[in-house]
Ligand binder design. Sequence first.
Ligand code: ZN
Length: 221
Amino acid sequence: MIPGARLIILGRQGAGKGTQCVRLSRHYVVPHISTGDVLRAAVREGTELGKSAKEVMDAGGLVGDEIMIGIVNERLSRDDARARGYILDGFPRTVPQAKALDDMTIERPIDIVIDLVVPRDLVVQRISSRRVCRDCGTNYVASGPTPVLWICENCGGDVVQRDDDTPEAINRRLDLYETQTAPLLQFYGDAGRMVDVDGVGTPDEVFGRLTQAIDTARRRR
Ligand SMILES: [Zn+2]
């Protein structure tokens, strides 16, 4: 059996991180720990940290480092993550989170931090071609000129572009992500703990590069 892995995957929106995390999770047989999912689960289960997070979110705020660190720490303490490892997606976001993660993984350190790199113009193009059915939520990809009235094959509803998937809105989100994560990339980069993986290509090609980078990093340890 393939040994487990402890990974952090970084990358801007539209880089294909979600798809690759699912594949890596199957390949190494480790849980894919997405911050959004873990946060929602903590709120649903009504844990102490989940309750604190809900209060912040209900007030329209962003969940701070302390709560996020606590929630991730709880998740990493579970049997599946302790036994085989995990793929962290969306955490850490900040240098204080990264330092806290180092403290909680002192006995079983992270194997490698991967930055999945896709040029900005390509992700803007990918995201702005997304369409969604307003009624049933089926996703579509627009290629070339699209009909003025696009009808969902599934339910007959209107297929539309989300308001926040326009190039202007996408560029705003990408700017924000870059500003937020620049110190984190520097933190891992300076320590020689991060590898850039080219995210351009078919899902199979990108997956091959990822497993190669991960296996190389583990052999070096
Ligand atoms: Zn539909």
